[in-house]
Write a protein that binds this ligand. Sequence first.
Ligand SMILES: [Zn+2]
Length: 247
Amino acid sequence: MKLFNKLLLKLCIITQLFVMNFAFSNTIEGIEIPLQYDQKFLDNHNKSFTNSDYLTVIREETFFPRDTVQLKKFNKALSLLETILNSDSFKSKVLSYKRESNGKREFQKAYLLSESSKTLSNEEVLKVILEGNEKMRPHTFGEMNINSYVKVCRSWRRLGIWCRKVIGSTTPSSSKWIKLNWNFYQNFETHQMVNNLVHEWVHLLGFLHGSEYMREEVPYVIGKIAGVVALEILAKKEIINTKLALN
Ligand SMILES: [Zn+2]
């Protein structure tokens, strides 16, 4: 009986660790992110929010399972990241973002890893992003270092929670890698890939998930903003291409 209790305790601990990890840095499908901006802040600051920080995207190692149209979208998403994250549109959205739940210009759970005593302002969140100093890729200031692979779930593993529900995941304190789920990436459009890649990369900087108001947390909001700016840029490119085709 003692042995049984011991085994049960072990199982509980393992489950607990799994649940904690699951809650901390996985991106779950189907979460809608409301984006609201503080218009007064934008009016008062006009374009003075822009700063000289520049983030360079460095594609270190990326693995994609098949050479399909999805790979083209993935490459496009990666090639857009630098333009997106350095754009006035992105910066102004991050700075003026306000939470839906309390109308305040701030993020939910905006602190790095275990430094929970210091909550970061929108300005500080933007600074951390543009510094690009991933926890497991330290001293790479001003760089967004991308190391990612897409996992294809096979056989019985397809039934597991990760394969069915998780778009991407990271373990920010021990790995520089972003793990992406083919189950979603086989259908994603470019802006959705941008959204998810930025979300996961923001985890690597040290922003994790809590249990309340997750959709107002830094990874979800910043990912969503990046996806919205991607759409803006893609729409502009489309207009230019159409004009060129008409001339
Ligand atoms: Zn996440």
